[in-house]
Design a protein around this ligand. Structure first.
Ligand code: ARG
Length: 568
């Protein structure tokens, strides 16, 4: 595998054997413009160590390093040592590698026989699937694809919010104001209406709260009537969630929600007690975390019922036993950061050394023109509606741009939903994202449709070439002499590095942004140069770049959970 930084670092290391290779490698940079060189070593940090000025170090190194098959020229410019690589050799190696590795280009086999549990999406039963869950779903799904690409074995868990006092409330509301027909007919929207109504009525009549608690207690005791209603609400909810997952092309290995851990809580309480971690506080049981500058972690309420944290603790211990994970990753909004820090600490205090392998991956809020989308008041924008709207709008765009397209509906579906996902994954995950239809569907912006459109353009060039009879893969890289061709190749070369970074930082946006950069480089090349030229040798060379771009764009799109579309 070709690694230009490695070749360069080695040649520097030969001149400076007192430094270690890794140290040199880590310090190498890509200059902002290729006119300044392809790889550079800033010599400022070395100044103290070598007791010379950066300029002097750069000059001495430049004089000492000889050119090679791969390094064409070395220059010292104001404290930087700039390397110019042999472009034809570089381009040939990059393109050959992509052609050889195809859909594996960018992947590594570092995760062999390691299990990664990813806990993502996790909407709440009888509540709508809102755009916050969309982010968790999009980020979690992408992380899963990235880990799998790197050879890990992933276990995707949908930890549904299907337990807690709200089910007592829902049962009360259903018995008082609901009907079987309405729930069957309107699904979650009706359950939501009942839930909101419960809160309105309970303000006037606090007795309702007691009734709700007693229904939840019945549920916890396994009362048949309570369980049946709960199971019914759950089935209705999952059915609706699955519509969203189908649209998004997302799958889970398990739907083990909070309720699944209900019977696994008692032994945990016992264990906490034995390890001397439990403390009584106003009738409730807590783990005191004052020493760690955190509020106490609530384990059992006064009435003996468990809490969100209790169930998470039980779930983590169960998952460790069941899947022996290398890492267990939780993808939720940043507002839950304290919750995770608290119970991760409890796991640590219990003496489990794998507490360090529990990782919270937080993200920012999604807002629709500045307004928070998830509210408790019932004014919620449903994800399914957003996705359907995106599909509809995309279809309108296709109708006006390319009315003759085959499979319009299918294309609109993947492109529309993909646009929403792409928008969600475009910014650093911790940043809040805003949602604007014009922005996410703009074919010329930094969007999913733009990348899809570029991909389809590459596919179309390849199809045309094949029709004209040129489909072989050998090429002469010396014919690729323009700056656009080189820059495109350089962008292609960076893909594996980006995937590794995305994995290390658990940050899909690195790939999303890369895709936009790569698409831009490709379009610059495409607009500047004809590909299907008469000179067959030049045609083959340029076509090889197009093919390599097609492969790389497709690999990247798949990693963020989008399906590459050959025709749009
Ligand atoms: N159901 C929760 C919510 O909607 C998210 C659950 C995240 N996973 C976990 N293990 N706590 O906010």
């Amino acid at each position: 595998m070709l690694d230009i930084k490695q070749v360069v670092a080695k040649s520097i290391n030969e001149q400076l054997p007192q430094l270690d290779f890794e140290q040199i490698y880590e310090n190498l940079e890509y200059p902002p413009s290729v006119d300044m060189g392809d790889v550079a070593l800033p010599c400022f940090k070395l100044s103290r160590l070598l007791r010379k000025s950066p300029a002097q170090i750069a000059q001495e190194l430049a004089a000492g390093i000889s050119t090679s098959e791969f390094i064409e020229k070395v220059e010292a410019v104001s404290g930087y040592l700039n390397f110019f690589i042999n472009r034809p050799v570089f381009m040939e190696k990059v393109i050959d590698r992509i052609m050889a590795e195809q859909e594996k280009y960018g992947s590594l086999d570092i995760g062999k026989s390691r299990n990664i549990v990813i806990d993502y999406s996790a909407p709440n039963i009888a509540k709508p699937f809102h755009v916050g869950h969309l982010r968790s779903t999009a980020i979690g799904n992408s992380l899963r694809k990235i880990f799998e690409f790197m050879g890990y074995n992933c276990i995707g868990i949908n930890y549904l919010g299907d337990w807690g006092t709200q089910f007592g409330k829902l049962i009360v509301a259903y018995n008082l104001w609901g009907s079987k027909e309405a729930v069957e007919d309107k699904g979650i929207k009706e359950l939501m209406r009942l839930y909101v109504k419960f809160h309105q009525e309970a303000e006037k009549d606090p007795g309702l709260e007691d009734e709700a608690r007693s229904w939840f207690a019945r549920l916890e005791r396994g009362d048949r009537q309570a369980l049946e209603l709960w199971q019914w609400f759950k089935n209705i909810s999952i059915e609706e969630f699955k519509k969203v997952y189908d649209l998004m092309d997302v799958h889970f290995d398990y739907y083990t929600g909070e309720s699944f851990y209900n019977d696994k809580i008692e032994p945990i309480i016992e264990e906490l007690r034995q390890k001397g971690l439990l403390k009584e506080s106003e009738g409730a049981l807590i783990v005191d975390l004052e020493k760690y500058d955190m509020p106490p972690c609530l384990i059992l309420k006064k009435d003996g019922s468990s809490l969100y944290a209790t169930r998470d603790i039980a779930a983590a211990i169960h998952r460790k036993k069941e899947y022996n994970f290398d890492k267990c990753i939780y993808v939720t909004g940043a507002s839950q950061s304290l919750h995770f820090r608290q119970w991760f600490k409890v796991i640590e205090l219990m003496g489990y050394e794998w507490a360090d392998d529990l990782i919270h991956v937080p993200f920012g809020i999604v807002s629709l023109s500045g307004e928070k989308l998830a509210t408790r008041t019932g004014k919620v924008v449903l994800l399914e509606d957003i996705l359907n709207e995106a599909i509809k709008k995309t279809l309108e765009i296709i109708e006006s741009k390319n009315p003759g397209l085959e499979n319009k509906e299918e294309v609109a579906r993947y492109m529309g939903v993909g646009a929403v996902i792409f928008n969600d994954l475009y910014s650093n995950r911790i940043k809040d994202v805003s949602f604007s239809w014009d922005e996410i569907l703009n074919f010329d912006g930094e969007t999913g449709p733009y990348v899809q459109y570029t991909y389809a353009r590459a596919c179309s060039v390849i199809r045309k070439a094949a029709e004209a009879g040129s489909s072989e893969n050998s090429f002469n890289s010396r014919l690729l002499q323009t700056k656009e061709e080189y820059l495109l190749c350089k962008a292609l070369y960076e893909f594996p590095e980006k995937v590794e970074m995305a994995l290390e930082q658990l940050e899909p946006s690195i790939i999303t942004r890369y895709l936009v950069d790569l698409a831009q480089e490709f379009n610059r090349f495409y607009h500047e140069h004809s590909i299907l030229v008469d000179d067959m040798e030049l045609r083959k060379a340029r076509l090889s770049l197009v093919k390599a771009t097609k492969i790389t764009l497709a690999n990247g799109l798949r990693l963020i959970g989008l399906r590459p579309l050959e025709k749009v």
